[in-house]
Design a protein around this ligand. Structure first.
Ligand code: UFG
Length: 347
């Protein structure tokens, strides 16, 4: 049953993490409204959400950089209780080449949202941040108190700035906010009806692995095996996208129930476990039974050696813990890739 007292606006709700979150919100009884300009997602995802969750989210095809459109949306949806703001550009490499595109889109959309929320008296917002704010910490695991390092990309800058904006605005206005710092989101919904839809050659490891497994790419290149890690390859904290989605439901609940301990809170979202690139490759072969062609190449510029999360704060305060392991991450990512390959996803 949908509880109209629990209407949540999800920006970027047809995207990868957004769509999984909309499903979990509906499962938890929320009414969802999506705002997305479809710049990096597909309209059919709305059908898929409906297929999985049994409810079709209301959809506004708008660009959040257009403030008048944001105002129209809030006028039409007068009883929004919280906003989850996913909508943003996220390609690290592109952001290095076109920084202004990232500063304009990612920062302006957030500012417009916050201004309109203040005007309309909507005070709760959950923000998609990233573990990239930490750079390479001196001490691991990274806690929420680990200091930021200078961002190497405009994308990283927009996440650091987004947090700054929220912190300041939350101390001076009606806004209450939670920033969630994602580690490395991977995997897909168990139905294999929604998942990641990378455009062109994937930058991220998991879609490159599954595309190589299915034969779309000839070979995975492992970016460096001379790091100071046990097997020489980089270590990351991979987290299942469905676990990540559930954390957003918890964050919404916390804000709406006025349980937050301050006007601005931050939580790491990871498993707390580091996995190397080679371990991913080996686990992929084991879980899927699919051989993976790979070679060792040079390091990728800007990569940190090792990054994984301290998750105690999210465990204790949000009452959230990652439940799905590497096997579920890999098998669901693979099932989604197989469906894409079969052509059952009309992209
Ligand atoms: N990797 C490979 N080969 C590939 C792709 C990735 O070896 O073809 C390795 C990378 O070197 C890295 C690991 O796989 O060690 C994970 O790489 P991803 O690109 O999947 O993830 P990153 O940790 O680099 O990226 C994350 C987030 C971004 C964030 C970025 C900051 O996905 O949102 O960290 O650098 F901005």
């Amino acid at each position: 049953m949908t509880n109209t007292n629990k209407k949540v606006l999800v920006t970027g709700g047809t995207g990868y993490i957004g769509s999984h979150t909309v499903v979990e919100l509906i499962n938890a009884g929320y009414e969802t409204v999506i705002a997305d300009n479809l710049s990096n997602s597909e309209r059919f995802i709305l059908d898929r959400i409906e297929q999985i969750a049994g409810v079709r989210p209301k959809f506004y095809e708008i660009d959040l950089c257009d403030k008048a459109k944001v105002e129209d949306l809030f006028n039409a949806e007068s009883d929004i209780k919280a906003v989850i703001h996913f909508a943003a550009f996220k390609a690290v490499g592109e952001s290095v080449k076109e920084p202004l595109k990232y500063f304009r889109n990612n920062n302006l959309s957030l500012i417009n949202l916050l201004e309109v929320m203040n005007e309309k008296g909507v005070n709760n917002i959950v923000f998609s941040s990233s573990a990239t704010v930490y750079g390479q910490p001196d001490v691991l695991p990274a806690t929420e108190a680990t200091p930021f390092q200078k961002a190497l990309s405009a994308y990283g800058s927009t996440k650091q700035m987004g947090e700054e904006i929220l912190e300041k605005v939350s101390s001076a206005t009606i806004i209450k906010s939670i920033a969630l710092r994602y580690f490395n989101p991977v995997g897909a919904h168990k139905s294999a009806l929604i998942g990641e839809l990378p455009v062109g050659v994937p930058n991220n490891l998991m879609p490159f692995v599954t595309q190589t497994g299915i034969g779309k790419r000839e070979m995975l290149t492992i970016f460096g095996d001379d790091y100071s890690t046990p097997d020489g390859t980089c270590i990351r904290d991979y987290i299942h996208v469905v676990d990540l989605a559930k954390a957003h439901v918890k964050a919404c609940e916390r804000l709406i129930a006025e349980k937050a301990e301050s006007n601005y809170e931050v939580f790491n979202l990871g498993t707390g476990k580091g996995t190397s690139v080679l371990e991913i490759v080996n686990a992929f072969e084991k879980v899927t039974g699919q051989k993976l062609n790979y070679k060792i190449g040079p390091r990728r510029e800007g990569d940190v050696e090792s990054l994984y999360a301290e998750t105690k704060l999210a465990n204790e305060k949000l009452g959230w813990k990652a439940e799905l392991g590497l096997e579920e991450m890999l098998s669901s990512a693979w099932a989604w890739e197989v469906k894409l390959h079969e052509g059952t996803v009309e992209v």
